[in-house]
Design a protein around this ligand. Structure first.
Ligand code: PEP
Length: 261
């Protein structure tokens, strides 16, 4: 049976106070399209509990945007998997390109965070993608295969199938500073990379894990282009930044994806 698509809203450090309330009022969590997908909202830490409360009894799930790999201790400003699971989180984004670029997160750090998330039964959404220079130099395949191997280091096969991969070419993210005008990748070339990711997962684990693992695409996805990504065989969902800040545009992304899937 075909798995439900994963549609992830990454609000980043956007929306505050009443804006969150308005988003929740406007987004129809009971829309039939929502129940045909796994819709995950990733707000700032301070709104996780509110979102988790709101999501109860709906088709929505809640994800954090980061975590620290230790479970407790003197790590001022950090948050652990143990704390996230306690407040009702099911997912956590790790290794988003902004964290890699602005906060110096390496593949080793991302791997430690993914392992810690899995230990607490949080499903990590591991993000990676090539930068513009790597793409122009024809390095995409090598970069992607290396990222899969490094980011999945020591993750057991029973856990690997719970991981979500978000392939996000850095030059395609709408707020990217790498290029003058970021544009979404073409669905066809994103499909080629997704297929390569699945093949690499099959080599690391086996065909069953590769079939089960969810691979989402991220980078300037909105309601006008999401259907063309949804039509691709190895694109199991999308991670949406800019177009998730407005409830109505995110709702359209969900409906369009589900319709085309
Ligand atoms: C992102 O930053 O992960 C992202 C996909 O953003 P956007 O949809 O705005 O390109």
């Amino acid at each position: 049976m075909k798995q439900k698509p994963l549609i992830i809203a990454n609000w980043k450090m956007n929306l505050a106070g009443s804006e969150v309330d308005r988003w929740l009022e406007k987004f129809d969590a009971n829309d039939p399209a929502v129940s045909q997908a796994n819709v995950i909202i990733c707000p700032s830490f301070v709104f996780l509990e509110k979102l988790a409360h709101h999501a109860k009894g709906t088709g929505l799930a809640v994800g954090a945007q980061d975590l620290y790999w230790e479970d407790k201790g003197a790590y001022t400003g950090e948050i652990s998997g143990k704390q996230l699971i306690d407040i009702g989180c099911q997912f956590v984004i790790v290794g988003h390109s902004e964290r890699r670029k602005l906060f110096g997160e390496t593949d080793e750090v991302v791997n430690a965070k993914a392992l810690s998330a899995l230990q607490y039964r949080l499903r990590p959404i591991i993000c990676f993608g090539e930068n513009y220079k790597e793409k122009e130099e024809g390095q995409t395949k090598k970069v992607i295969v290396d990222k899969v191997r490094e980011n999945f280091k020591d993750i057991r096969s029973t856990d690997a199938r719970k991981v979500v991969i978000a392939y996000e070419p850095l030059w395609a993210i709408s707020t990217s500073t790498e290029v003058e005008e970021p544009i979404a990748d073409s669905p066809e070339s994103a499909q080629v990379v997704h297929k390569l990711i699945r093949k690499t997962v099959a080599e690391l684990y086996d065909d069953n894990v590769a079939k089960e693992i969810r691979i989402a695409y991220g980078g300037s996805v909105d309601s006008s282009n999401v259907a063309s990504f949804a039509a691709m065989d190895d694109i199991d969902g999308v991670l949406v930044g800019g177009a998730s800040k407005e409830a109505s545009s995110f709702q359209s992304v969900v409906s369009e994806f589900v319709e085309k899937n």
